[in-house]
Write a protein that binds this ligand. Structure first.
Ligand SMILES: Cc1cc2nc3c(=O)[nH]c(=O)nc-3n(C[C@H](O)[C@H](O)[C@H](O)COP(=O)(O)OP(=O)(O)OC[C@H]3O[C@@H](n4cnc5c(N)ncnc54)[C@H](O)[C@@H]3O)c2cc1C
Length: 434
């Protein structure tokens, strides 16, 4: 609790911790006039009605109050030094999982200057027609991330004209209530951030706070012991691109001729599936031309098979704009029922196209092995193509750090279908574990 009472003019109307896509969409909504009337959308699967759609606020009344009040002064604090959207997973060839029409602005205001279509048209010559010729709703992740960065740069300027700012390179470290002299009501919050380079702290005051810090990488607890973390042999998928090549450099240089490099990927979701496939090229690029043993990449999954994400039209209504308000309006039991029902859209499931690509890759590898075996041909080329394998029904029950710098680490595994246990050695573990 802080007793410092700031001048009201020093106070922001809104301060957001984090400047990812959620905050970016909010920033755009704060600088753009809302359309009149506010769009409302049909909901054919009945979900919103079931949760009590009537609880939606009167947006037109909100808009007229906003017009009377004038522009809000907003601050966004972001610990990264510039706008970046999941840079550790910007894998070549990866695509968005949702339609570009669900961009930062279209559903709030189809005429916004911040839509993906306006971004495409911002190039000279415009990429709009070429994009249309692709006949797809899903841009590459590379292109969409550039769209987000474009919107971030644009909104920074618009926020500044309203007295707002985006503070990059600062991490929010504390939020405190400020108690005024005349009343014990908390009307203002003090937000402290630390400069990620210098450590210097800054205090700001705000009437409203938005927490949009995204998720935090989750490692299985067996792999988050100090010994194992210090070994550098466990990489969370969110840091995949930053860490995979240095890790492979240090592992492949001293790789003993007596054994193959072995890498495990844990998880059955989209990130696990994508890193599993990406490891094939990443490892191949580090192998000596005369590698003797074929590297092995195992995808360890708890379930029997990888499951496709449910992307059907009525299931997708879970993500309709009106759903946030509908879910907000129900009690905690209703919310957990809803979250459970929505799991098949996002958790431990992968995009059907990724699953198809994975099966095709496994099949193509089998074709090469079958032909070489039948013809008694050299395996030199095959050895340079890491073997991908899926290991179902595997539960991680323990782990031991490597005994030396070039030794593997040991995973204790329980095979749920047979109740057998095994100790398996891997040089590197990638966690696509959420
Ligand atoms: C690889 C990958 C692909 C995805 N693809 C899709 C997709 O195709 N479609 C889809 O709908 N969703 C997708 N998602 C889901 C993803 O959660 C959303 O796309 C989106 O990133 C969520 O935005 P956000 O702003 O809530 O969180 P984030 O994007 O995580 O942003 C949060 C921001 O807050 C910052 N931050 C955190 N703590 C602090 C602090 N204390 N101080 C200051 N700043 C802080 C972080 O640095 C970060 O920039 C994907 C996720 C991943 C990992």
């Amino acid at each position: 609790m802080s007793q410092t009472t700031p001048e009201l003019s020093d106070c922001y109307d809104v301060l957001a911790c984090g400047f990812g896509p959620a905050s970016l969409a909010l920033a755009i909504a704060l600088v753009e006039p809302s359309p009149n009337p506010t769009p409302t959308y049909s909901s054919l699967g009945g979900l919103q009605e079931a949760l009590g759609r009537a609880s939606s606020p009167d947006k037109d009344a909100q808009r007229s109050r906003a017009a009377e009040r004038g522009p809000l002064k907003a601050c966004f604090i972001e610990k990264q030094e510039q706008f970046k959207w999941h840079p550790g997973m910007m894998l070549e060839g990866s695509n968005m999982q949702i339609s570009f029409l669900k961009d930062l602005a279209t559903l709030r205001n189809p005429q916004s200057a911040y839509t993906f279509l306006v971004y495409l048209a911002s190039f000279t010559p415009s990429r709009l027609v070429s994009y249309i010729s692709r006949e797809t709703f899903t841009p590459s992740r590379r292109e969409f991330s550039d769209y987000l960065a474009w919107a971030a740069r644009k909104v920074e300027g618009d926020l500044a004209t309203q007295g707002g700012q985006v503070a990059f390179g600062e991490e929010v470290v504390a939020v405190e209530a400020v108690v005024g002299n005349e009343s014990s009501d908390v009307r203002i919050l003090k937000v402290t951030s630390r400069d990620v380079k210098t450590g210097a702290t800054t205090e700001r005051f705000t009437r409203n706070i938005v927490l949009s810090t995204g998720g935090s990488p989750r490692l299985p607890h067996h792999l988050s012991t100090p010994d194992i973390e210090a070994s550098g042999r466990v990489i969370h998928s969110s840091a995949f691109l930053d860490r995979i090549h240095p890790a492979l450099d240090s592992l492949t240089a001293p790789l003993p001729a007596s054994r193959a490099l072995r890498v495990a990927v844990l998880g059955a979701g989209q990130s696990a599936a994508e890193t599993f496939l990406a490891l094939r090229d990443a490892i191949a690029s580090h192998l000596p031309a005369d590698v003797e043993h074929r590297p092995q990449i195992d995808l360890l999954i708890r379930s029997a098979t990888l499951r496709p994400a449910d992307d059907s039209a009525s299931t997708n209504e879970v993500f309709d704009p009106g759903m946030s308000q509908a879910v907000y309006g129900v009690d905690s039991t209703g919310r957990s029922v809803m979250l459970q029902a929505a799991k098949a859209t996002n958790y431990s499931v992968a995009n059907p196209h990724t699953l198809a690509a994975m099966y095709e890759t496994l099949y193509a590898q089998q074709v090469e092995v079958d032909i070489a075996t039948r013809d008694n041909a050299s395996f030199a080329k095959i050895n340079r193509d890491p073997k991908l394998a899926i290991r179902p029904f595997i539960e991680l029950t323990g782990a031991r750090p490597p005994a030396s710098a070039d030794a593997p680490l040991t995973l204790e595994l329980w095979h749920s279908a047979t109740s057998l246990r095994s100790s398996d050695e891997y040089d590197l573990v990638i966690c696509g574990t959420g």
